[in-house]
Ligand binder design. Structure first.
Ligand code: SF4
Ligand code: SF4
Length: 418
């Protein structure tokens, strides 16, 4: 769930703050490289088997088949004059398409809101204009994309199609027509001999089932989304003619050449490219897992004043200002004790929290809140190891006793203000 108002993201039991956006970046890079790997191995499997546009188009087409029948019946109904049966079937189909579209939009909106409450609010019409606009827009776009535009989205609008063409190589397994076996093609009768001719019986079934209207026998085309429907269609024809399946099959370009020359064909899944993608995936996964494991329930941010770095007091000590922020990621208020380490005799004043020259100060931070404090540190410049010295902000959780540290620089005489 992405809670935009509360500025949080939730992934099962994990809660992410805006400061942890790098997890989202890591996840997106992981998914992108996984797509590269899948494409290098198996061509456009993403488009054919997981892309929402393909899935929703399939679903809408299934509804059409259920109500209007197979392709021949649908064509007959389309060309038939207006009748009660035609109006009823068409109206029912479009109504179900709209219901599916509405639930798609509804589900999408729930990714941005606390689902059970938001679901009740949407159904009761108690939501604001943005949620209503999102539901209406997404309902209409789903209905339009999956019901009407279908493969036009893949062919003319999808940028992924253009990338993918560059990701294949001669060893990628893609949907291919085994031309060496199919040609010369021609009509055939069941039981006839196929000696001296190809196995393609020119039935055109592979073209009829293709959602993007591709004739795979003409070779690879950008419009082919790798859905493999033509493989199933052709296999059923091969079965009827008692011929081996696989006239259209997942195969590599290299294998096709090898088979045509009657050389042994072999599938090479692991190549330099796929190893490289696999290694990058492992690295990203390790990075995410490592950072998740080291996640703390608190974050400290210290920003030193830069103009000036310090001022010299009448007693000879220097004083530097800092903005000190504590991100309490727990869902309960916490009290901390702030102290300084690293520079002998350094004391502080936290505006609004206690008096001057304190060795430690108690700070309260609300549940799930960021506490921001102005801290002024005073120190004897002779105690600094150089022009600047490392000073440690040590923050101890009073309840758990856990101590968090953050390093900052304390600048002294000799260090020029930029
Ligand atoms: S389905 Fe198979 S046999 Fe029929 S036209 Fe296509 S490739 Fe040829
Ligand atoms: S050619 Fe085959 S795999 Fe490609 S889109 Fe058409 S049916 Fe799907």
């Amino acid at each position: 769930m992405l809670d935009i108002d509360g500025r949080r993201a939730y992934f099962f039991g994990l809660e992410f703050w805006p400061q942890e956006i790098y997890f989202l970046a890591g996840l997106l890079i992981f998914v992108a490289v996984a797509l590269f790997l899948a494409t290098a191995l198996l061509g456009r499997v993403y488009c054919g088997f997981t892309c929402p546009q393909t899935m929703w188009t399939d679903l809408f087409m299934s509804v059409g088949r259920l109500i209007e029948g197979d392709r021949n019946r649908r064509l007959k109904l389309k060309n038939a004059p207006l009748s009660l049966e035609k109006i009823t079937k068409k109206a029912l189909k479009h109504f179900i398409w709209l219901v599916i579209s509405f639930f798609t939009a509804f589900t999408f909106v729930l990714y941005f809101n606390e689902a059970p409450a938001a679901a009740a609010d949407i159904l009761a019409g108690r939501v604001g204009p943005w949620a209503n606009a999102a539901v209406v827009l997404l309902t209409l776009s789903t209905y339009l994309f999956a019901g009407w535009l279908r493969e036009q989205i893949c062919i003319y609008m999808c940028p992924w199609l253009r990338f993918q063409v560059a990701m294949f190589d001669e060893d990628s397994l893609i949907v291919t027509y085994e031309e060496w076996r199919g040609e010369p093609r021609g009509k055939a009768k069941i039981g006839q001999s196929f000696d001296g001719r190809g196995h393609c019986v020119n039935c055109n079934n592979c073209v009829l089932v293709c959602p993007t209207g591709v004739d795979i026998r003409k070779g690879q085309q950008v419009a082919c989304i790798g859905c493999a429907l033509c493989i199933d269609a052709c296999d059923s024809i091969m079965d009827k003619f008692n011929l081996p399946r696989g006239l259209i099959a997942y195969d590599s370009e290299d294998n096709q050449v090898a088979r045509a020359k009657e050389r042994p064909a072999k599938i090479r899944l692991w190549r330099v490219r796929t190893f490289a993608y696999g290694a990058i995936l492992l690295l990203i996964a390790a990075f995410i897992a490592y950072n998740l494991a080291l996640r703390e329930n608190l974050e400290i941010n210290v920003q030193a004043d830069r103009a000036p770095y310090f001022v010299t007091l009448t007693d000879g000590r220097i004083r530097s200002g800092y903005t000190f922020k504590v991100v309490n990621k727990q869902r309960k208020p916490r009290t901390f004790v702030l102290s300084l380490r690293g520079v002998e005799g350094a004391v502080m004043r936290v505006i609004g929290h206690g008096g001057d020259d304190a060795a430690s100060v108690e700070l309260d931070v609300g549940a799930d809140k960021v506490g921001a404090f102005r801290v002024f540190i005073k120190a004897d410049p002779k105690k600094l190891s150089g022009k600047s010295a490392l000073i440690v902000f040590a923050l101890k959780d009073k309840e758990s006793g856990e101590t968090f540290r953050h390093n900052a620089m304390l600048h002294g005489p000799g260090r020029k203000t930029p």
